[in-house]
Design a protein around this ligand. Structure first.
Ligand SMILES: [Zn+2]
Length: 137
């Protein structure tokens, strides 16, 4: 089972105001990471197989998918935690907002408030210099 977690974060605006928010992340078990990697590899090799029947483009697409597949699968396998979204109060407009995050996003991160479009920084408590400390559960 993948494990969803909520971590407290600070949402900081340009005018040094700050508010608290929550970061939603999802962690994968080794089995799920393998399944995710396997899916990437299957899609890449399927594309390699399909493009093998297309003249001319198969000269570069087949090696691209054939070699790129395992590389992409390995990169996918190394991902054990992905960020889903941040939830909190925007320090600039004071509205409750949900900020969708890219799975590859790492905090601290500058983004834009979806309500007022002003830049806001998402970070763990303690400021941007402090790296994420894994908590024991
Ligand atoms: Zn805002």
């Amino acid at each position: 089972m993948s494990d969803s977690r909520v971590e407290p974060i600070t949402i900081k605006g340009n005018e040094s105001s700050a508010s608290v928010g929550e970061l939603y992340t999802r962690s994968f078990t080794p089995g799920e990471r393998m399944a995710r990697a396997g899916k990437v590899l299957a899609v890449a090799w399927l594309l390699a197989l399909v493009t093998a029947f297309i003249p001319i483009v198969h000269f570069f697409l087949v090696p691209l998918f054939g070699i790129g597949g395992p590389i992409m699968a390995f990169m996918r396998y190394r991902v054990d935690t992905v960020a889903e979204k941040a939830h909190g109060i925007c320090p600039e407009c004071e509205q409750t907002v949900d900020i969708e995050l890219d799975p590859a996003d790492k905090l601290p991160k500058w983004t834009y408030c979806p309500a007022c479009n002003k830049p806001v920084q998402l970070m763990y408590h303690g400021g941007p210099t402090q790296a994420a400390i894994p908590e024991d559960e």
